[in-house]
Design a protein around this ligand. Structure first.
Ligand code: B12
Ligand code: SF4
Length: 501
C-alpha cells in the first residue's frame, strides 16, 4: 500500500514541433486535484533531463501515469516505465490514452506496465488513485486491466460519459511559456465534441468513442474559449473535435457568440468535407469574423474506388471543390489530408489523387494538402482484414513504436516503390505552400530559394518523374541551415536514413 497523495504523469514526445499541453492529461488531472491529490506533469518535449525529473518526482508518488498514442511515443514510454520500475518495483505504472485503449492486452503484457486504462480517463484515474491509496483490490474499478499473480485481469468496460458532464480541463497546470519557446507560437488544444458519426476504415475513433456524437453547448464553448485565450494569452486554439460541424446550428451560434464576445484569437477545426460544403459562404464568413482561420478535412484520395474501400461513401470530389472555393472566399484556409497506399490503391489511383491535388492547388491558391502513408492502427475497421491483406503486426507493445505515417513500410509498399512514394511526397511538400502550427523561423533568402525550387517540383509531379531529385538535396540542405529549435525527439531524426532514388 502507498499512502502518497501525489500522482505523476509523463507525456512522451510526440515527434512534432506542434508543441502544446497534453489535453488528455489536463482532463484527468481535474478530478484528482478536486479530490485533494497533488499532480505533477512532466512533458518530455519541454523538459530537458525529463528522465531524471520523472524518477525524482516518482520517488514519493502514489503512481506514475503515461499518456500515449500508437507510434514513436512508445519509445520514451518504454524508457521511462522501465527506469521507474527499476528504481522502485512497487511503483504502479499506469498507461492510458489511445494505444492502451485500442490494444489493452498486449500493452498490459509488457513487464513494466501494471495497469492499463481504456477510454475516458477522468473517473477511472480518480478511482484508481483512491483504490491504490487504500490498498484495495482493483476489481471494482471499471475500464481497466491489471495484473494478479502474473495473470492479466480486465474489469467491466466503463460507459462513455457525454463531454458536457466532464469537468473543465486543468489548463493552469500547463507551462505555456515553455511550449511557446519550442513551438514559436502560444496556442492550446480545446475539445468541444466527442465521437464522429462516420466510420472510415482507417480510423480508430469509433473503437474508443463510439459513433454517437455529443457536444458542449455553444454558450459554454464561447465562454470557455474567451476565458482561456485571455487568461493564458493564447493566439490560437486548435479545436481537436473529430468532426466539429455535425451540428451546423451549434457552429453558427458559436460563430455569433464569439463575434459578439469580441474574441481576439484564431482557431481551427476538423470536419468532413461534406459538412463543410453544407455551410453557406455567409456562415463561413461569420465563422471567419469569429476568428476561424483553418478547416482541416480528410480528403484522403481522389479515387472513387479507394474512397469506397475507405468507407467514405459520404464524400465526393464536388464537395471538396465547393468547400475549398467557399472557405477561401470567406478567408478561411482549407487544409486537406491525403492517405497514400491504402489497400486497393494502385499506381493509377495514386496518380488520380496527385492530379487532383495539383489541380486543387492551382485552382484554389491557399488550399493546402498534407500527405500520409496509410498506417494500420489497431482498432481501425480495416484491421479486421489484416491477415487477408498481408499485414504482419507487431507481437509486442514495443513493436508499435515504428508504426508512423512518415515511415511506414507495408507489404504492398516497400523497397523502391516506398522510396519513390516518399520522394513524391517530398515534392508535394515543396510544390505548394503550407502553414504548420509551429511558427516558421525561416529567413527570406531561404524562402525565396524554396519558391524557385517549387516550379521544378510541380513539373515533376505533373509528369510523374522523380529521378535525380536534386531539388530535394537543395531543400534538405536548406533545412539544416534553419535555426529552428527542435523538440527533444524529432520525427525527421527518427526516420530511416533518406534513401537515394
Ligand atoms: C491533438 C492530436 C494530436 C497532436 C498532439 C499534440 C499534443 N500536444 O498532445 C499531434 C498533432 C502532435 C498529433 C500527432 C499524431 N497523431 Co494525433 N490526435 C490528436 C487528437 C486530434 C486529439 C487528442 C486529444 O488531445 N484529445 C482530447 C483528450 C481530452 O482526449 P484523449 O487524448 O482521448 O484523452 C482521454 C483518454 O484517452 C484518457 N487518457 C489519455 N491519456 C491518459 C493517460 C492516463 C494515465 C489515463 C489514466 C487516461 C488517459 O483520458 C482522457 C480524458 O478522457 C486525436 C483525435 C481525438 N479524437 O482525440 C488524434 C489522435 C490521437 N492522433 C492519432 C494519430 C494517428 C496521430 C499521428 C500518428 C498522426 C500523424 N499523421 O502523424 C501523430 C502521432 C504522434 C506520435 N505518435 O508521436 C490517432 C491515434 C490512433 C492511435 N492508435 O493511437 C488519433 C486518435 C486520431 C485518429 N482518429 O486516428 N495528434
Ligand atoms: S470522418 Fe474523420 S473522424 Fe470520422 S470516422 Fe472518418 S476519419 Fe474518423
Amino acid at each position: 500500500m502507498r499512502s502518497s497523495n501525489k500522482v505523476v504523469f509523463f507525456f512522451p514526445s510526440f515527434s512534432s514541433m506542434e508543441a502544446t499541453a497534453p489535453l488528455g492529461l489536463l482532463a484527468i488531472s481535474t478530478p484528482l486535484l478536486r479530490a485533494g491529490y497533488e499532480v505533477r506533469i512532466v512533458d518530455s518535449t519541454i523538459t530537458p533531463g525529463f528522465k531524471q525529473r520523472v524518477l525524482s518526482e516518482a520517488r514519493d508518488a502514489l503512481c506514475l501515469g503515461v499518456s500515449l498514442v500508437t507510434g514513436p511515443m512508445i519509445r520514451e514510454t518504454v524508457e521511462i516505465a522501465r527506469a521507474a520500475k527499476a528504481a522502485d518495483p512497487s511503483l504502479p505504472v499506469i498507461l492510458g490514452g489511445w494505444h492502451p485503449s485500442l490494444l489493452p492486452d498486449q500493452t498490459l503484457a509488457a513487464e513494466f506496465v501494471d495497469i492499463v486504462v481504456c477510454g475516458q480517463g477522468e473517473d477511472t484515474m480518480l478511482e484508481l488513485a483512491q483504490y491504490l491509496q487504500a490498498g484495495d483490490p482493483l476489481d471494482n474499478v471499471r475500464g481497466i486491466g491489471f495484473k494478479r499473480g502474473g495473470k492479466l485481469v480486465f474489469t467491466a468496460p466503463r460507459p462513455l460519459r457525454p463531454l458536457s458532464e466532464m469537468p473543465p480541463k486543468a489548463y493552469h497546470l500547463a507551462d505555456f511559456d515553455a511550449y511557446e519557446r519550442v513551438c514559436g507560437r502560444r496556442w492550446a488544444m480545446y475539445t468541444s465534441s466527442l465521437a464522429c458519426p462516420f466510420n472510415c476504415a482507417y480510423c480508430t475513433n469509433a473503437g474508443v468513442y463510439g459513433r454517437k456524437w455529443n457536444a458542449l453547448p455553444p454558450e459554454q464553448f464561447v465562454e470557455e474559449t474567451l476565458d482561456l485565450t485571455r487568461r493564458y494569452r493564447l493566439e490560437l486554439l486548435w479545436v481537436v473535435d473529430d468532426n466539429f460541424l455535425v451540428d451546423l446550428d451549434r457552429a453558427r451560434l458559436i460563430g455569433e457568440g464569439l463575434a459578439r464576445g469580441g474574441g481576439n484569437f484564431k482557431w481551427s477545426i476538423q470536419a468532413t468535407t461534406n459538412l463543410v460544403a453544407r455551410l453557406s459562404a455567409e456562415d463561413l464568413k461569420l465563422l471567419h469574423r469569429a476568428g476561424l482561420q483553418q478547416i482541416c478535412q480528410g480528403a484522403e484520395s481522389a479515387s472513387r474506388k479507394v474512397l469506397d474501400a475507405m468507407n467514405k461513401d459520404f464524400q465526393d470530389l464536388e464537395s471538396i471543390h465547393e468547400s475549398a472555393a467557399r472557405c477561401l472566399q470567406a478567408g478561411i484556409r482549407p487544409s486537406y489530408n491525403i492517405i497514400f497506399a491504402f489497400p486497393g490503391e494502385g499506381p493509377a489511383e495514386r496518380r488520380e489523387t496527385v492530379r487532383f491535388m495539383m489541380d486543387m492547388c492551382r485552382r484554389y491558391p491557399g488550399a493546402e494538402f498534407w500527405t500520409n502513408i496509410f498506417t494500420p492502427y489497431p482498432g481501425a475497421p480495416v484491421m479486421a482484414r489484416a491477415k487477408e491483406i498481408g499485414l504482419d503486426l507487431p507481437d509486442s507493445f514495443e513493436g508499435w513504436a515504428d508504426f508512423f505515417p512518415r515511415y511506414t513500410v507495408l507489404p504492398w509498399l516497400k523497397g523502391k516503390e516506398h522510396r519513390r512514394l516518399q520522394v513524391m511526397r517530398d515534392y508535394l511538400r515543396m510544390a505548394f505552400d503550407r502553414v504548420p502550427i509551429a511558427a516558421q523561423r525561416e529567413n527570406p533568402a531561404i524562402h525565396a530559394i524554396q519558391r524557385v525550387i517549387s516550379a521544378p517540383a510541380r513539373w515533376r509531379l505533373d509528369h510523374d518523374f522523380y529521378a535525380l531529385p536534386v531539388e530535394l538535396w537543395v531543400h534538405r540542405h536548406l533545412k539544416t541551415w534553419k535555426s529552428a529549435v527542435k523538440p527533444s525527439v524529432d520525427a525527421k531524426r527518427l526516420e530511416p536514413a533518406p534513401a537515394s532514388c
